[in-house]
Each structure stands twice: as structure tokens, then as C-alpha cells.
Write a protein that binds this ligand. Structure first.
Ligand code: SF4
Length: 143
């Protein structure tokens, strides 16, 4: 192994560790925020609501902006509405490390909200490919 490849491996492993730590930290923060809201505001934490406005094709339920966890993380279906939250222009769900929607799809799963499920179908709520929340993090480069 050359010095360069050793350093590249170190940097790559370091980036992966940072992403994991960040994911764990954000997941823990969102769980605490939701639990705290449920404790402080009994009866207000519900399954993510649905509206005709945000149901993606195929009737798969979308995460509602008014869901308690979504609100705690300032999730917006339209990332442009999150600019006041410190969002940078290139930050949208479809390029977030926690997004796993198909390329070109308008909606897709997000690991951060994966436990939020529709009570009828048990399918996880989806986020908008052009959405944003404070859990946004860059995907590791494919190089
Ligand atoms: S920005 Fe990332 S963490 Fe936040 S909702 Fe979109 S995909 Fe999920």
C-alpha cells in the first residue's frame, strides 16, 4: 500500500465515520424531540397526517410538514421554503445522504423518518425529492 492510498483510505474511513456519527446524533435528537413533544403535549403527536396536497402518485402517503417530528426538524416539501432556516441552495432531499428515492422520482424514503409509517399500509412516509430538513447531509462522493 502506498502512502497516498493509505491516506485516501484514512480520509474515506474518517468521512464514513463522520456520516455515521452525524446520522446517529440526528436520529437521537429527533427521537428526543418527538418524545419530549409527546410528553409535554399529550395527544398532539399523531401519525403523520395526509392531505390531497401531498399524496404522491400510487397513493403512497407522504410525510406531512405538520407531523411533530417533521416540524421539530423543520422539514419542508419545497426546500425553497426552508431558506430562512439556513438551507444552502444546493441542499435538497434527493442529494441528501439519508434519501433513498429512485433517481428522477418526485418522492422517496428518508432514513431519518423511516419509522413514521402509515397506519393502514404500514408503508413509511415519503419525503419530497426537492424537500429539505435540518438533518440534511451531503452524500459521500462516488469516487
Ligand atoms: S433533507 Fe435528508 S434527512 Fe431531511 S427529509 Fe430530506 S432526505 Fe430526509
Amino acid at each position: 500500500m502506498t502512502d497516498n492510498s493509505f491516506h485516501t483510505d484514512l480520509i474515506s474511513n474518517s468521512n464514513a465515520d463522520c456520516s455515521r456519527r452525524r446520522f446517529i446524533k440526528i436520529s437521537a435528537m429527533s427521537f428526543i424531540a418527538t418524545s419530549l413533544a409527546a410528553y409535554l403535549l399529550p395527544g398532539t403527536v399523531q401519525a403523520a397526517g395526509r392531505s390531497a396536497r401531498n399524496l404522491p402518485p400510487g397513493r403512497i402517503p407522504a410525510l406531512d410538514e405538520d407531523d411533530e417530528q417533521a416540524k421539530a426538524l423543520h422539514y419542508f416539501e419545497d426546500a425553497n421554503n426552508a431558506n430562512k432556516m439556513g438551507r444552502k441552495p444546493d441542499q435538497v432531499c434527493q442529494v441528501c445522504q439519508l434519501y433513498s428515492g429512485k433517481s428522477g422520482a418526485e418522492w422517496g424514503p428518508c432514513a431519518l423518518f423511516s419509522y413514521r409509517k402509515d397506519s393502514k399500509t404500514n408503508a413509511p412516509f415519503l419525503v419530497n425529492a426537492n424537500g429539505w430538513c435540518q438533518g440534511w447531509g451531503p452524500r459521500a462522493s462516488a469516487s
